[in-house]
Design a protein around this ligand. Structure first.
Ligand SMILES: [Zn+2]
Length: 373
């Protein structure tokens, strides 16, 4: 386990730290952004471009990959790295987030008396549902989640958890937290029994927007000694303050010798504060999703390139950026691509936004090394 994560410098000013996560597909220098590659692709980019940007790691979603093309074919291909050619450290989630979103939709449909046959059964064991893609029965339990993730073969796996919706009652949040803890012990056991691959498990802290539950969950999850720890159930509709509080409350309990991942958070204005609480890695769909909508990150804020004011603007895409896109292309050209729905627009915008994230984290690591953060 010690080989997996190394702290290279601790800031004198906060809980921020510089570290290295070592996997058999490369090293992640932390703090780091993890690009979202839901279905085994960072949308609009070839794996070569992802590498060229300097993106250190990507995040794939078990639920989506199990629904299509199925974990078996990925295993047969030699794992997700070979199958997708994303030759870099990869993380996979447990499926819990999507599975419980689905279950929530089912509950709403039940209340409205609608027929929605997707979710077949939810219990303490897990969830059974029909694939929206082809109607096939799929089951997610702690054991199944671990098995799917083993077959997919990402370097870092998340334990199966129940992600609460927002706002959740204290009673429900507590029940979901206890279920998450029980499932974590099952995931650990299953992994000990079966895994010979170099895959590292992260336990997931839950507890919704309740301080007592977050602390309790952090104590339990950290005590289980998984190689890493993740914080889940945040950024599910709560305010920014509530989101940050959920991280702040557990900051004192986070492991000093193991990496900490924050699931689903990565807005530029949140990152610096969250790094100060001891977060090492972040995955977030925003830089790539917004790029495809024409929202272009700038060192000073962001712009909507689809606005007509950019039609005749021959400035660099971001005057402060030196990436490939900003070296060769203008705002006018990118605007033109988006207005004409040219596919290249999505590629260039995604490239630049991910590059901006990489530069942000590079600066952050430099500031931490100088104890300025
Ligand atoms: Zn750029």
């Amino acid at each position: 386990m010690n080989n997996f994560f190394k702290v290279l410098h601790k800031s004198k000013k906060s809980k921020a730290r510089i570290g290295e996560i070592k996997t058999s597909h490369g090293i992640i220098k932390t703090p780091s952004f993890v690009a979202v590659g839901t279905k085994g692709t960072v949308k609009a980019l070839t794996p070569e471009l992802v590498k060229q940007i300097g993106t250190q790691a990507a995040f794939v979603n078990t639920y989506h990959l199990v629904t299509h093309p199925g974990a078996e074919i990925i295993e047969k291909a030699g794992g997700i790295h070979k199958y997708s050619r994303l030759n870099m450290p990869l993380m996979s989630d447990s499926g819990g987030f999507q599975v419980f979103s689905l279950a929530r939709e089912q509950r709403k449909a039940d209340i409205r008396g609608e027929e929605q046959p997707l979710v077949v059964k939810i219990s303490d064991d897990g969830v059974k549902f029909r694939s929206a893609f082809d109607g096939k029965l799929i089951e997610f339990t702690p054991e199944k989640s671990m098995e799917y993730q083993r077959k997919i073969g990402a370097d870092i796996n998340m334990a199966f958890d129940e992600c609460t919706y927002y706002p959740a009652t204290h009673e429900y949040a507590e029940k979901a937290m206890e279920r998450t803890h029980e499932w974590l012990t099952q995931c650990i056991k299953f992994k000990e029994d079966s895994s010979s691959l170099k895959q590292y498990l992260y336990g997931v802290i839950q507890g919704a927007t309740y301080k007592d539950l977050r602390k309790k969950s952090a104590e339990f999850v950290v005590s289980q000694n998984t190689p890493g720890v993740a914080i889940g159930g945040v950024s599910v509709g709560e305010s920014k303050k509530e989101m940050r509080d959920q991280v702040k409350w557990v900051a004192d309990y986070l492991p000093k010798d193991r990496p900490v991942h924050l699931l689903g958070v990565g807005q530029v204005d949140d990152i610096i504060d969250l790094v100060k609480y001891g977060i090492d890695t972040f995955d977030c769909v925003e830089p790539t999703r917004l790029a495809r909508m024409g929202v272009i990150y700038q060192v000073r804020g962001e712009i909507d390139i689809t606005k007509n004011i950019y039609k005749n603007n021959l400035e660099k895409v971001d005057v402060d950026c030196n990436c490939y896109v900003c070296t060769y292309f203008t705002k006018s050209y990118l605007h033109h691509l988006f207005k004409q729905r040219e596919i290249l627009g999505y590629t260039l915008a995604t490239y630049h936004n991910l590059w901006t994230m990489e530069k942000l984290f590079e600066r952050l690591r430099d500031l931490i090394s100088k104890d300025l953060v």
